[in-house]
Write a protein that binds this ligand. Sequence first.
Ligand code: CUK
Ligand code: CUA
Ligand code: CA
Length: 638
Amino acid sequence: MSNEDQSKHSSAETEPRGISRRNFLGATAVTGATALAGAAGLGSAVMTRESWAAAVKESSQKIHVNPGELDEYYGFWSGGHQGEVRVMGVPSMRELMRIPVFNIDSATGWGLTNESKRIMGDSAKYLNGDCHHPHISMTDGRYDGKYLFINDKANSRVARIRLDIMKCDKMVTIPNVQAIHGLRLQKVPRTKYVFCNAEFIIPHPNDGSNIANLDAAEQYTMFNAVDGDTMEVAFQVIVDGNLDNVDADYTGKYAAATCYNAEKATDLGGMMRLERDWVVVFNIPRIEAAIQAKKFKTLPGSNVPVLDGREGSELTRYIPVPKNPHGLNTSSDGKYFIANGKLSPTVSMIEIARLDDLFADKLKEPRDVIAAEPELGLGPLHTTFDGRGNAYTTLFIDSQVVKWNMEEAVRAYKGEKVNYIKQKLDVQYQPGHNHASLTESRDADGKWLVALCKFSKDRFLPTGPLHAENDQLIDISGDEMVLVHDGPTYAEPHDCILAKRDQIRPRKIWDRQDPYFAETRAMAEKDGVNLDTDNKVIRDGNKVRVYMTSVAPTYGITEFKVKQGDEVTVVITNLDLVEDVSHGFCMVNHGVSMEISPQQTSSISFVADKAGVHWYYCNWFCHALHMEMVGRMIVEPA
Ligand code: CUK
Ligand code: CUA
Ligand code: CA
């Protein structure tokens, strides 16, 4: 089937400049793709041009959020290798906020302030990150709005964001592994574990002692669980092959992860050698029992329990699936783990109810848990759900989202003649993740779907060789998907998550007792300073602590003296009680900048290495006299 046929009804509305732009990645995006079989045909009747235009008009009206009105959904977007999380309003697709996490942020002082550096810990030295998978904590399979967790592939970290203040409050580096990629949460009974996959296979120990003969060294990667409450690593499980994406089930018992490198190869050709790789399923109660029974080891440099989950272990099962699978998604009805084929035009539906038998060795072979393996199109990467029995899978190579029915796919697998494909919608272009509203919870409501397209090509005004990506909003509330919005985004939102707005309960101003700045408060107490009232300079050897309050439009201290070479810490408490009156502190020519929101205490340290007069100013516009909110640091020459 040609692209022209497949895009029949959507091309008129979404591709006014023709569809010739669609093909450029067809054969080259994924090596070996040309060898793949063709896509299955369309199931539903194609709408007439008139009814399509009417549907687009109706859906487009739904996304218009009038000035002064609020969006129905919060969206949390990963910022990819830009390192931050972005908060969006959906369906307007307006960007509401950015939450710096694995990056440095000049506006808020993330990565510069003492509070943020304490949270980043040893990894504060890294100025880069690469986040992919943002997920909201759950209780009984429903978003509880407490935390958002996200991975950092670049520096093997996991971070937690407190959704009441929308700031990162914990960060942990996973030991003994490289590149934390897939990350999903335990859904039931609650998010006790944050499951995260380390992608790359490395030698153990990885200290250079075995590089003369790497072939003889023991090499593996590990599945990891972080305790969502303490953000300490709870356990690690050694696996065969490598690990890509992961998800957990709705019983609390199982997590499953895709592996694209069963070959344990170190190059592209080698990683595609086998016709099948696998999904590895982890038995969480058995892992917990093994830890209780002290059946684990520890690796040098950490005391995390490390268990052996390689083939033959009681803790895991390996289910062969076609070549180089990618996304792993639990259907919102709790029935299936769905592994997305990538180099195979299929997805593999693993029936979760049969996993007990698989672990009890009651099945003839692991693939007996496959309920269906529907053929969907070229390059299936990720699948999302509408809560009405339909699944939506991105087809990277075809540049489409395919809507298909899960139970019909199961019937077709059993030999019944039924066309499970409901619709294929062109998206622009090369989608990675897609994500439907509330899809990772029992509450999947089938209203909106976001397709996160890696390429925008000519959908937007040109911005030089580097193009925006394109996060497209699709109305899935009716029988047909309708594309309603093109959303340009900066590198690179791999994934997003949508929650109902009443599931997130942010604070309006800070609580003075907030643990976020508890250590700064403790330091003040030691200095005999009351943060809520005092403006004081404390000298302690060559360390100088400047405590001041701020009330729009003045700092409590407008002049302080230090000596050249002093290590200065400025601590500011914003006494304003009015919502939205944030102050800033910027010391000119010192690389010093931070946010102090109402009732917040923030602190930042620097060396006063230049003698003379140095102005500081408020850099968050707070008052008609904001420009006058200034002060001077006078530095005596050494
Ligand atoms: S991965 Cu990026 S498109 Cu990191 Cu979730 Cu599939
Ligand atoms: Cu305070 Cu601007
Ligand atoms: Ca492979």
